[in-house]
Design a protein around this ligand. Structure first.
Ligand code: DQA
Length: 143
C-alpha cells in the first residue's frame, strides 16, 4: 500500500513552536517516525513538507496516480485555502486530515477546516501519534 503524507505551511519549524501544542518534535524526527510506523504496517510512504501552497497542490496532483491513501496536515491553510480543498476533493482514495494540536479547543478561527466533507477521517490533538493513527486508519480502510 502506498501512502502520501503531506505537511504544509510552518510545519518545517514545528520543533520551534510551542511544545505543549505541537509535541516539541522536529519535522525530520516526525518524518522518521512516520517512515518507521509505515514499515511496521508494511506500507510505502512518501512524506513531504512545503511552505508553498502551489507546490502543496502540485504534490496532491502527483499523488492522484500513485497513492492508495493520503494523510494531510495543511497547517494554517486548513482554515482558509479553498484551492487546497478543491485539490483534495479530487482524490478517489481515502484522505485523512491530521493536526498535531486540538484545533477545536484553540482560537475560534482554527475551528473551521476547509477539508470538512472531503476527508474520510480527521485526527486532531494527538501530537505525532496522530500520524500513526492515520496510517492505521488507511491500512484498515484498504482491507
Ligand atoms: C496545525 C494546526 C493549525 O491551526 C496551525 O496553523 C498549524 C499546525 C496542527 O498540526 O496542529 O500550523 O495544523
Amino acid at each position: 500500500m502506498r501512502i502520501v503524507v503531506l505537511n504544509g505551511v510552518n510545519l518545517d519549524v514545528v520543533g520551534r513552536r510551542d511544545p505543549a501544542l505541537y509535541g516539541g518534535i522536529s519535522i525530520s524526527e516526525l518524518e522518521t517516525r512516520i517512515y518507521e510506523w509505515a514499515s511496521e504496517l508494511h506500507c510505502t510512504v512518501r512524506a513531504r513538507q512545503t511552505n508553498h501552497e502551489g507546490e502543496f497542490i502540485d504534490w496532491c496532483h502527483e499523488a492522484f496516480d500513485w497513492a492508495d491513501g493520503v494523510i494531510i496536515n495543511p497547517g494554517a491553510w486548513a482554515h482558509y485555502s479553498w484551492a487546497i480543498r478543491d485539490a483534495v476533493e479530487l482524490f478517489t482514495v481515502p484522505v485523512v486530515e491530521v493536526h498535531l494540536s486540538n484545533i477545536d479547543e484553540r482560537e475560534e478561527w482554527r475551528r473551521t477546516s476547509v477539508l470538512e466533507g472531503v476527508v474520510e477521517a480527521r485526527i486532531i490533538g494527538k501530537g505525532p501519534d496522530g500520524y500513526r493513527e492515520g496510517l492505521e486508519f488507511l491500512v484498515k480502510e484498504r482491507i
